[in-house]
Design a protein around this ligand. Structure first.
Ligand code: FAD
Ligand code: SF4
Length: 484
């Protein structure tokens, strides 16, 4: 009797199945949504994607609805197999189920053994993304050979020009989405709590929808990806980003396909290397690197807190109360999370993560917030992206410097400061930018830990006036955890 393939909620694309006739199991376990509040749009997307997959597979698949995964598995006859789950808790559970066969992980180009071969090489030193990415590119033969000829596009900050690129085509909801919405409404009436606002589904729930979004992105926004990837704009939440992270993380889209499509655009002369390379670096470099580090470093990483950050997340932030915030950049990004369950990379790092880092919020609590509020949030990203890169709680195991920056830096990369009630170059007084003042206070509070970093040591030296230091620290203590 052939094994039934259990497809987890992050394994919903065709690359998680081999045999077109193999029977399939899908499970909707209510415990996933009741353990702690998650964004309503994320809950909708997960349920919608599971149910769409069941509908696509027809009689081949059974969809079991149960309180817990264990209860669901108890209802299934015959042998079951599953691809390696994406979290340690998931793997521990799978290992505890008698007779469940665990297959190798899928959806990543580099295998665990391949990564260990690279990471454990003699004289490797600290594990750095640049080295890993160069190695991965050679190993997988990506972006080799001659490019097509593409005219150079200037960086937006060079010219300040606006981006003219169509947003992704809208998703058309169907009867499955209507059922999911009714069910989530019912759960809310029964007392289940969600975060953020509900909205018509914005993100793909099937491979076909994700693939259409990928093709649209490659054609219309990839050519501008490189020059807009670090920019932030209050008027354009997406810019040239692909907004495909939830599709990769639900397993709807194989990253290898996306890398191939981007590379093809470069070869055909439709996009320059400076546009395509950063997109491929995100997928073949960062995404794979974070996944591998999650398993390579093991559970110790989660509790890392080198900067001894002990402040809890304030309520206004935890509950996405963007209306309470006056700082234009933070209000815009927090509203984006509330309304879209998504923000692009620079917004996550320089606006959300930077604010938390400056104020000494607990890294593990912040990581849980990112995981629950973002439509692409997963445990394996959190360790390295939040605990490591954004909060520097790991003492540079992931990146070489803390991502603490002041308002002037936000101003350089965005149009937020025009029209904000604060001034990015002011650290004291009524008009003090919370990022500029917060940066100064962060440096002073952590001076003993940060003076080995050349950039931050120079910033500290610039602010070495004792009176100014006292004033900034007193002002920031007074601001406390209230919304800026
Ligand atoms: C504090 C913080 C939290 C984050 N949390 C998550 C998360 O929970 N889930 C998640 O998938 N990504 C996370 N990221 C990484 C990155 O911000 C998102 O992958 C990206 O913004 C998703 O939008 P997009 O699909 O438009 O990406 P694009 O900008 O279009 O990039 C294309 C793809 O490359 C991958 N990618 C690019 N940069 C990164 C990166 N630094 N790390 C991992 N993958 C990357 C993603 O799969 C992304 O979809 C986080 C980053 C930070 C700084
Ligand atoms: S002035 Fe400061 S708070 Fe206002 S938008 Fe600029 S960086 Fe953000």
């Amino acid at each position: 009797m052939s094994s039934r393939r259990w497809l987890l909620a992050d394994q919903l694309g065709p690359h998680f199945l081999d045999d077109p006739a193999q029977p399939v199991l899908l499970v909707e376990a209510r415990e996933l949504f009741r353990r702690r509040p998650m964004h309503r749009q994320k809950a909708h997307l997960i349920l919608s994607a599971l149910r769409h997959r069941a509908a696509e597979l027809g009689e081949r698949a059974i969809l079991v609805r149960a309180g817990t995964f264990r209860e669901a598995l108890a209802q299934v006859d015959g042998p079951v197999e599953v691809c390696h789950p994406g979290s340690r808790a998931g793997l521990a559970f799978a290992r505890s189920v008698p007779g469940l066969t665990i297959l190798p992980p899928r959806g990543f180009l580099t295998s665990r053994d391949g990564f260990a071969e690279w990471a454990d090489a003699p004289r490797r030193g600290p594990l750095r993304i640049g080295d890993f990415y160069d190695w991965a590119r050679r190993r997988h033969g990506v972006l080799e050979g001659p490019p097509g000829r593409v005219p150079r596009r200037p960086h937006p900050c060079e010219r300040g020009d606006g981006l003219v690129a169509p947003a992704p085509p809208p998703i058309v909801e169907d009867v499955i989405d209507a059922e999911v919405r009714d069910e989530l409404d019912r759960w809310e009436q029964e007392g289940v709590r969600f975060l953020g606002r509900d909205a018509p589904r914005r993100y793909p729930a099937t491979h076909a929808e994700a693939d259409a979004r990928l093709r649209h992105f490659v054609r219309h926004r990839l050519p501008d990806f490189g020059r807009y990837q670090e920019v932030m704009s209050g008027g354009d939440p997406l810019l040239a980003h692909s907004v495909l992270s939830s599709s990769f993380n639900l397993g709807l889209l194989d990253p290898a396909e996306a890398i191939g499509a981007a590379e093809e655009a470069w070869r055909a002369g439709n996009a320059s290397l400076s546009a395509v390379e950063p997109f491929i670096r995100g997928l073949l470099g960062w995404r794979e690197f974070l996944w591998q580090l999650y398993w390579y470093f093991g559970p110790g990483f989660q509790g890392a807190n080198w900067l001894a950050a002990t402040e809890p997340l304030p309520d206004w932030f935890a509950t996405l109360d963007a209306d309470a915030v006056q700082a234009r950049c933070l209000a815009d990004v927090l509203a984006g999370v509330r309304d879209r369950a998504w923000a692009h990379h620079a917004q996550r790092l320089l606006v959300l993560g930077n604010y938390a880092l400056q104020r000494g919020w607990r890294p593990a609590e912040l990581a849980a917030w990112f995981r629950d509020c973002f439509v692409d949030g997963t445990d394996w990203v959190m360790n390295a992206a939040v605990i490591g890169m954004s909060q520097y709680a790991d003492l540079g195991r992931v990146d070489t410097r803390p991502y603490a920056v002041d308002g002037r830096y936000v101003d350089e990369l965005s149009d937020y400061c025009t029209g904000c009630r604060y001034q990015p170059d002011t650290a004291l007084g009524e008009l003090a930018c919370p990022y500029t003042a917060g940066f100064g206070a962060f440096l002073h509070r952590n001076r003993d830990r940060l003076d080995t970093d050349p950039r931050l040591a120079a910033e500290l030296a610039e602010r070495d006036d004792p009176q100014m230091r006292q004033a900034v620290l007193a002002q920031e203590d007074k601001r406390g955890s209230s919304p800026p």
